[in-house]
Design a protein around this ligand. Structure first.
Ligand code: SF4
Length: 76
């Protein structure tokens, strides 16, 4: 099954919560930091990096579209 890489520049995240509103199954706002968080993603140089499946793609694309800071990148 095809996988897509996702990179979220969490340093530039302002914690607006738009992403978690449209993709709450996968994307949350971390209660401590107040910033974007995705379970299973790892933090690398101030970025959240992970892989998603075809099934998750729609939700992540929606989140990327509504992100006010445009920090969610999906690599296809
Ligand atoms: S929509 Fe963008 S800026 Fe807003 S919380 Fe999500 S990642 Fe951060």
């Amino acid at each position: 099954m095809k996988k897509y890489k996702v990179i979220i520049d969490s340093k530039k995240c302002i914690g607006c919560g738009n992403c978690s509103m449209v993709a709450d199954k996968y994307i949350k706002i971390n209660q401590q930091s107040g910033l974007v968080d995705v379970s299973g993603f790892i933090e690398k140089n101030g970025r959240l990096v992970g892989e998603i499946s075809e099934q998750q793609l729609d939700d992540f694309e929606r989140a990327a579209r509504v992100c006010t800071e445009l920090v969610i990148k999906i690599i296809k």
